[in-house]
Design a binder for this molecule. Sequence first.
Ligand code: TRP
Length: 501
Amino acid sequence: MKREQWKSQIGFLMAAVGSAIGLGNIWRFSYMAYSYGGGAFLIPYLTALVTAGIPLLILEFAIGHERIGSAPLAYAKIKKNWEWLGWWAVTFVMFGIVLYYVVIISWCLNYFLLSFNLGWGSDPNAYFYKKFLSLSSSPSKIGEIRTPIFFSLILIWFINWVIVYRGVQKGIELANKIFMPMLFVLTAVLVFWSINLDGASIGIRAYLTPDFSKLSNPKVWIDAYSQIFFTLSLGFGIMIAYASYLPEKSDISKSAILTAFINSGYSLFAGFAVFSVLGFMAKAQSKEISEVVSQSIGLAFVAYPKAVSLMPGGNLFGALFFFCLVVAGISSSVSIIEAFTSAMVDKFALKRRPLVTTICILGFLGSIVFTTEAGLLWLDIVDHFLTNYGLVVVGIAECILAGWLFDIYILKRHINKVSSIRMGRLWVALIRYFVPLMLAIMLAGSLKAEVTKPYGGYPWAAISLIGVNWIILTILAAVVFALRPWKTENLKKVGRGQRHR
Ligand code: TRP
């Protein structure tokens, strides 16, 4: 079977950017910048981008492109008994991160519709937690499925299914070529609208006024690295699969650098809308910024609805905002469905269409638990474990595998053969020493916090049953996949660069 290919370099770039830009860019970055020194945060953030984000993204592109395969195939071609690592990455993201990520996109879809008549009423906080989620008091009290969330979940999975079903060119590439420019234009509308609101400057000042004293706190630096890691979809196995669809002649390092800067530029830009609106709200309610600010779910589903209700023409503003979240979210979720699909096709020669249909149905079924009354609690626990441990461990292993157990110069030569921007010894040193070290520090920090007190104050039983088991089960699944025999000849073909010794 011939490997699918992108139609154009720009299509590949849009798809990579689409995967990178997600909910995290809109609600996580700006809050981090605000609380970690405003404009001064750009120093650790850009340092992390240049010293870890870009080198790793180049590595992942190179692995996918040179070894010509999705994560499991590419890793197996690097070292036969490391195939499980690739399976683990695509499995815990597909049957972990995506399951709840898609539910959050469904909330956004509900809120998009609610915006038109400000359906959250006068108390958005109570509306969100009590009425909309009907949040239960503990992870073990599952309660009922929330029907409005359930129905929009069906729609969101359906859209994901349509896009991935249609294949690389006609599905993923086409969707991102429409979604990304649309997202940029709509975000620009939001930014220009919000910076003209009364009080916007208060918010922007809070967002960007540099406070260099914050930079002496190591946590600021560690969190900058983890944000870069998550926002660039590193360790997901996505960028490897995407790069494997590139034609022979493809400028890898330039694409990686462009992806990284477009992604971070988008975060920085969207932050203006986020903080202008918070400034507007602070002024309208004569409060301090610190009293109205919030992040992630609290920002999108409580603070923003509040502000939208106060704003003239707010319903349209709210609808635009939630629409942007939906678009940014879907372009990320399709990327991992594709990475998993690609892995299954590479190894088992399955037919794409029935495969994608099956994956989406299983994914939909797996998502349902997150639409229950305990959904947010489960989401919080699973997210904590998969992002803090899963992704980080994969990142470290990836560096060890490529940098130490393999002749990394094969990859380096390959990059330099096809790219306009050359990698030198510094890149090799970053992959071998610096990036794994930073990731190990992140991991140690998380582990230390874990043993000192259970995450988020949840009972230990819930944490180990939900969080730890999710990790163990996905590892088991990965090992099972890795032990199955190859149904294709893919493994026999070596990479594009020098032969594997
Ligand atoms: N980069 C995305 C963000 O910032 C996260 C993400 C990337 C993601 N790929 C994904 C989430 C695949 C779920 C599935 O939000």
